[in-house]
Design a protein around this ligand. Structure first.
Ligand code: TNX
Length: 528
């Protein structure tokens, strides 16, 4: 492997590619340049590249099909459209060959081409990221880049329940994920504080569940609690979801939907009280923390949730369907005579086993449709259902246990990759955050493979993702502030093998990369 670049020409790419072979001279993007394409789905990616390059250059970039690379063209080739691997992922390898006369990006599959065009954008001067016409010239250094990611799951999670973000805002986040060669956007669509996806069969989920009366001011731990006097609401129509999914799909990013159960269900129960354990009238929660209102375990409730998942699976092509499963407080289950009677009827001895039974029923439904269940690590309690993938958030122990038991794992540990935590000291100068301190340098250091995990279990670690819980993140600009530059660090930590990571190079690339983020008007944190 060769990652050395002549120092007069540092490329400052983030994530840094696996192999860079510098060549001689420069290639110049001119007003006459064509974008040509050959192979599966390369036409759509050729148009996407043209859309990326037009605003700043003001050039036309006609898009044409062509069997071969020609002089004066950027040629995109996807060699095939292989089926996904057994876990559901597509190959993302790509090669960029930049010569004085033209550029060729070649990939085994469309997903690789999508990664390649993002690297190509970064090879151009940072002004290419501007939305306004810029002066140029548009040189890039000649050479070859031969690149592929270390992990198959490189994600960012976004909570649109605690605060709602519009279709345009979510698409902007996805565009920035694409720039950093992430491939997963996990959308946390429902929680105690708001149900944010239209379900045609059950309109009250959004009519009632998407609106909360007001919102806590300050931190959850403050007493007495004070509230603003503004209602907060919003939801995605099914058409909105199609827009988001198509926007992501064009960039070869998978949107993984999450529908929480059996806990974090207060907004749903407010809409349909018969789903709950009979604890009186409730409304979507107006402060943070965890609601003790959970779904009951009636057959009708399970069918309701299967119906919801059916509409969700129709909208989201993602192989993985997230059912939450975290922080389901069991008090209502232990205090409800009806739930206890159901447990006896089912021959289930504890509330933990009841949760495992509940998740098992959902897994059967999801499996039947050729999808895979994923849930937070609490789904390990009371016994993990066959084939389930575990998202490990309470540290890495859940992920380690799951991998040892032969389950796929996505690492999302709270102390390492929670971007709702503080990012710089002194925290007194930072906007209010939930807790913690996770710096960009610490994120860069993160290795999703725990050192104590035996070599034979390591392949079960699919990758990792950053979490953006939005209790304390009410706006897009604040969201970007919490995300960048930590997501830049995560992108590289998940892309490169350990031996190719280099904190000093990353920090120096980041200095330059900030100019790209600035041209994109990203409200990144100033440190490091
Ligand atoms: C725990 S992480 C939660 C979320 C909160 C988050 C705040 C997880 C699966 N559950 O409901 O928003 O902490 O950091």
């Amino acid at each position: 492997m060769q990652t050395s670049v002549p120092s007069k020409h540092p490329l400052n790419l983030i994530p840094h590619p696996l192999n860079i072979y510098p060549g001689e001279g420069e290639c110049t993007i001119t007003a006459e340049m064509l974008i040509t394409w050959n192979g599966e789905e390369s036409e759509s990616l050729a148009h996407l590249l043209a859309e990326y390059l037009r605003p700043a250059t003001g050039f036309v970039f006609p898009v044409q099909s062509a069997l071969e690379a020609k002089a004066g063209a950027i040629h995109l080739v996807s060699l095939g459209n292989p089926p996904p691997d057994e876990a559901g992922f597509f190959p993302e390898d790509y090669t960029i060959l930049a010569e004085p006369g033209g550029i060729t990006v070649t990939a085994a599959a469309p997903a690789g081409l999508a990664r390649g065009i993002q690297t190509l954008r970064q090879l151009l001067p940072e002004a290419i990221f501007s939305n306004q016409r810029q002066a140029g010239p548009w040189h890039l250094p000649c050479g070859t880049i031969d690149d592929r990611p270390r992990f198959r799951w490189r994600g960012l999670h976004l909570d649109v329940s605690r605060h709602f973000f519009s279709v345009g805002e979510v698409c902007r986040m996805i565009e920035l994920l694409a720039l950093h060669r992430f491939n997963i956007c996990h959308l946390h669509l429902v929680d105690d504080q708001g149900w944010r996806i239209e379900i045609r069969k059950y309109p009250r989920l959004t009519e009632v569940g998407s609106q909360r009366r007001n919102t806590l001011i300050g931190h959850e731990s403050n007493r007495p609690r004070r509230y603003d006097d503004q209602s907060h609401g919003g939801f995605f129509t099914q058409e909105d979801i199609r827009t988001i999914v198509a926007f992501a799909e064009r960039r070869k990013i998978t949107v993984v939907p999450e529908i929480e159960m059996p806990g974090h269900a207060q907004a749903a129960i407010a809409a349909y009280p018969e789903l709950g354990c009979g604890s009186g009238v409730i409304e979507p929660r107006c402060h943070w923390g965890i609601s003790h209102h959970v779904f009951n375990v009636e057959e009708a409730t399970l069918s309701f949730l299967c119906d919801v998942l059916d509409e969700v699976m129709e909208l989201f092509p993602s192989r993985f369907i997230h059912i939450g499963g975290d922080e389901a407080i069991k008090v209502e289950w232990s205090e409800s005579a009806r739930v206890q009677w159901r447990m006896a009827e089912l021959g289930i001895g504890s509330e933990e086993e009841l949760q495992a039974w509940f998740i098992g029923r959902m897994a059967a439904h999801i499996d039947k449709r050729g999808r895979r269940l994923i849930g937070w690590d609490e789904i390990l309690e009371g016994g993990l259902v066959a084939g389930a993938t575990v998202m490990s958030w309470r540290g890495e122990d859940g992920g380690i246990a799951a991998a040892r038991a032969g389950h796929d794992v996505v690492m999302a540990p709270g102390n390492k990759v929670y971007f709702d935590h503080y990012q710089a000291e002194p925290i007194s100068l930072e906007p209010l955050a939930i807790c913690g301190l996770t710096t960009t340098e610490q994120v860069y250091d993160y290795d999703p493979i725990p050192s104590e995990l035996e070599p034979e279990h390591r392949h079960f670690i699919l990758g990792a993702q950053g979490q953006l819980w939005t209790e304390y993140i009410p706006t897009l600009s604040h969201l970007e502030y919490m995300t960048y530059p930590r997501a830049c660090a995560l992108a590289e930590a998940l892309w490169l093998p350990l031996e190719a990571k280099c904190p000093a190079r990353f920090l120096s690339s980041l200095k330059y990369h900030r100019k790209r983020l600035k041209a994109l008007e990203v409200n990144a944190h100033k440190r490091p």
